[in-house]
Design a protein around this ligand. Structure first.
Ligand code: HEM
Length: 478
């Protein structure tokens, strides 16, 4: 324990030095016209205020208060020991999304970068472009369309196993079994539930440390996450070796899953990913797609439970799709294209309750934005809530109105649940399909009531229900 304390003190000392050096550097240049705002407390800055939960249905209070107090375009703060400028509204989003590799580059906290070192998150410039294109060759709409029947059968099996026969379920807990199993099947072809359960328990430990202070010594969350990440990567590498043999002997098809796809596909320069790059990228995809889709599906279940007229319209659309099919015929690509109202509902859910608060960039040179100087090295943040709840962009922003997404939809850069520009989410088509397939099956199987009608949702780090969203199920038989 003494060693642990000593190391914590040492880490805090190093952090203080780092912080003081930065302040001294900035003071040396008083001519800079920095964005208005405050750096808060030494080292921790305004981290605690930022992490404090916003009440459900309101804009992110942290961002909104500072936009009103300082400048609605950009303000400065200090989070996680870093100087940070928060860019607000569509203009701020547009600037950050369209300046990748010019003035800014993607940035993730060091815990994320260390846990998945050889993945896309640690790549910038041309290298990032090549890796992203390679991963997208499996995750784009054209490639994923062939997996739809498989997704549908996984959703049906999940509902039969975990929902049917139950009076009450906790949505947030149970939905992760679906999203995780789906990802394990499509990425790794995991066929049995014990393999999924083993990976899932390691993955829980990994997730707890991914946004922790990246101090790697026994007893810390980050240390446990490093060990779990190593165990997951080892498992993926073992699988990879087996798949290599199966591919060589033509026992499986290269389109069977993401792992096989990455083994046989090179980037546009003809380079294949190394085994470590493959396992790190698969871990990244499991992480990036895990709590995001789970959060959206939980919010969808909440809104459908609260708004019976919206539930009825979704059900009607889904029944029309089923009526055009043979009994027990699985969903196909064309069916999902007909789910227009259902997707507008999901889009409105993501406007009101975006699963991700925003993301980070880093200034790679000194530049000026909105007449303020942004020094090289500063971390920059964009925010989903700042524009999603703005009444000048969305009339009556608190109202649930899926028709906002009809026709041309929202103004560019105002609706950004998946980010934007070259670092935009690469799993959005995957997420769209897994969400729609689940909704198709769940509305046909059940109606439900919320056990806690006004249950709060909080960001930790994704949006999640405080009590796990318990619901009372009433089976329907369509
Ligand atoms: C509804 C579900 C999802 C939401 C709302 C979401 C949202 C986001 C956001 C906001 C970003 C940051 C974009 C930026 O910085 O501009 C991101 C990045 C990313 N997402 Fe998603 N995501 C979702 C599902 C998924 C899924 C299912 C996967 C994987 C299959 C995935 C993989 C990724 C990856 C790899 C990145 C990093 C992209 C890069 O750095 O270039 N996401 N996502």
């Amino acid at each position: 324990m003494e060693v642990v304390k000593l190391l914590v003190v040492l880490a805090l000392f190093v952090l203080s030095l780092h912080f003081i050096t930065k302040i001294v550097k900035l003071r040396k240049n008083p001519k800079l016209n920095l964005p208005p705002g405050t750096s808060g407390w030494p080292i921790v800055g305004e981290t605690f205020e930022f992490l404090r939960n916003s009440p459900e249905g309101t804009p992110s209070r942290f961002v909104e208060e500072r936009m009103n107090k300082y400048d609605s375009r950009v303000f400065k703060t200090s989070l996680l020991g870093y100087h940070m400028a928060v860019f607000c509204g569509p203009a701020g989003n547009k600037f950050l999304f369209s300046n990748e590799n010019k003035n800014v580059q993607v940035w993730w906290p060091s815990s994320v970068r260390k846990l998945i070192r050889q993945s896309l998150v640690n790549k910038v410039g041309d290298e990032a472009k090549l890796t992203k294109r390679l991963l997208l060759s499996f995750l784009n709409a054209d490639a994923l369309r062939n997996f739809l029947p498989k997704m549908d059968s996984i959703a049906q099996h999940h509902i039969r196993t975990h929902w049917e026969g139950k009076m009450q379920v906790h949505v947030y807990t149970i939905i992760q079994l679906y999203t995780f199993e789906l990802a394990c099947c499509l990425f790794l072809s995991f066929g049995n539930s014990s393999q999924v359960a083993n990976l899932s328990s390691l993955f829980d430990v990994f997730l707890k440390g991914i946004f922790a202070l990246s101090i790697n010594f026994p007893g810390t969350r980050f240390h446990r996450a490093m060990k779990a990440a190593d165990a997951i990567k080892k498992e993926i590498k073992m699988l990879l070796k087996k798949k290599k043999v199966d591919l060589e002997e033509n026992r499986i098809s290269p389109t069977k899953d993401l792992l096989s796809h990455l083994l046989v596909t090179s980037d546009t320069n003809g380079r294949f990913l190394t085994e470590t790059e493959i396992s790190d990228n698969i871990l990244l995809l499991l992480f990036a797609g895990h709590d995001t889709s789970r959060s959206v599906l939980s919010s969808v279940m909440k809104y459908l439970g609260q708004l019976p007229e919206v539930y009825e319209r979704v059900l009607k659309e889904q029944l029309e799709i089923s009526q055009g099919k043979e009994e027990a015929e699985l969903l196909h690509w064309e069916d999902v294209q007909k789910m227009k109202y259902t997707w507008n509902v999901v889009s409105e859910v993501m406007r009101l309750s975006p699963p991700v608060r925003g993301a980070y960039r880093e200034a790679i040179k000194d530049f000026t934005y909105a007449d303020y100087n942004i020094p090289k090295g500063w971390k920059l943040q964009w925010s989903t809530n700042a524009s999603h709840k703005d009444p000048t962009l969305f009339s009556n922003p608190g109202n649930f109105d899926p028709s906002r997404f009809e026709g041309e939809g929202p103004t560019p850069f105002s609706y950004v649940p998946f980010g934007g520009g070259p670092r935009m989410c690469l799993g959005q088509e995957f997420a769209r399909l897994e969400i729609l397939v689940f909704m198709h099956n769940i509305v046909k199987s059940f109606k439900w009531d919320l056990v806690i009608p006004d249950e709060k949702f909080k960001y930790d780090p994704m949006l999640e229900p405080e009590k796990g969203l318990p619901i009372q199920l009433q089976p329907s038989h369509f």
